[in-house]
Ligand binder design. Structure first.
Ligand SMILES: Nc1ncnc2c1ncn2[C@@H]1O[C@H](COP(=O)(O)OP(=O)(O)O)[C@@H](O)[C@H]1O
Ligand SMILES: Cc1ncc(COP(=O)(O)OP(=O)(O)O)c(N)n1
Length: 268
């Protein structure tokens, strides 16, 4: 069994954040662990409250996991503040963390700021150079490059610019553009496009969290980067295709569709 750690915020409605990450790790046959950075009160209609944890609590969670259990991959999601970012960076460096997936969560789909605007510089300075892969969506990539992205060619140019900030690989996710759901992976030499059908649903809460966690799980299982991203793309596409119409807003993706189907628990 491979062990995967998520360092992220808690989403009370279970569609994004730590909860989505742990479901993804389990669905992909890995053992999931968590270090919580913030507790959010949110549901399918939006985010209503955020309480950051203090840096001692964040550091203690990370350190006691690394001191006791082998961590084969780590995914970083909502990090909230510069202080938390610096703490995470220091802990991961001290512990020699590997297979680091950074999802630079900035704003929820419901437009709530999950990263303090002044902390973006710390994210770039501390976390991007540590990342084996960074996975911005279109608005996050636009914020990182301070430019606008409207086409796949723009996504490729953004990937080049973000690569120069220090990560080993960059994936620009195309979920926020129109047409097919195209993601671009750049490793400093080659651009690889991952193309999936755009699924017509409003139930896309937590898609980015799920995708980055799936990449971490596959890296932990020993997949090379390109293969891990390809497998994660298949996973997120299936999870969106069978997403759940829960609540009054954007419902969550379905992590266990394939497993439930095989077990005869789903009757369509
Ligand atoms: N409606 C959709 N149909 C198919 N794939 C989608 C859809 N929306 C997002 N995706 C895919 O989900 C993954 C997460 O992308 P995105 O939704 O842009 O992230 P975020 O949640 O960070 O905004 C990407 O692989 C993207 O292509
Ligand atoms: C606690 C927490 N972390 C991250 C997010 C953002 O999730 P994401 O997968 O980027 O997509 P949306 O939830 O915004 O649809 C979050 N909402 N909460």
């Amino acid at each position: 069994m491979k062990n995967v750690l998520t360092i992220a915020g808690s989403d009370s409605c279970g569609g994004a954040g730590i909860q989505a990450d742990l479901k993804t790790f389990s669905a992909l046959g890995t053992y999931g662990m968590s270090a919580i950075t913030a507790v959010t009160a949110q549901n399918t209609t939006g985010v209503f409250m955020v309480k950051e944890l203090d840096v001692e609590t964040v550091a203690a969670q990370i350190n006691c996991i690394y001191d006791d259990i082998e961590v084969h991959a780590v995914k970083i999601g909502m990090v909230s503040s510069s202080e938390i970012i610096e703490t995470i960076g220091r802990c991961l460096m001290e512990k020699g963390a590997r297979n680091i997936v950074v999802d630079p969560v900035m704003v929820s789909k419901s437009k709530y700021k999950l990263l303090r605007p002044e902390a973006c510089a710390a994210l770039v300075k501390v976390l991007l150079p540590l990342a084996d892969v960074v996975t911005p969506n279109i608005p996050e990539a636009e914020e990182l490059i301070k430019g606008s992205i409207g086409t796949v060619e723009d996504m490729k140019q953004a990937a080049r610019e973000i690569y120069d900030m220090g990560p080993k690989n960059v994936i620009i996710k195309g979920g926020h553009l129109a047409g097919d759901a195209v993601d671009v992976l750049y490793d400093g030499r080659r651009m690889v496009l991952f193309e999936g059908p755009r699924i017509a649903t409003r139930n896309t809460h937590g898609t980015g969290c799920t995708f980055s966690s799936a990449i971490a799980a596959y890296l932990a299982r020993g997949y090379a980067m390109k293969e891990a991203v390809g497998a994660a793309k298949e996973y997120i596409t299936t999870a969106i295709a069978h997403s759940l119409a829960l609540g009054r807003g954007a419902g969550p993706t379905h992590h266990f569709y394939s497993l439930y189907k095989k077990a005869g628990l789903i009757h369509e």
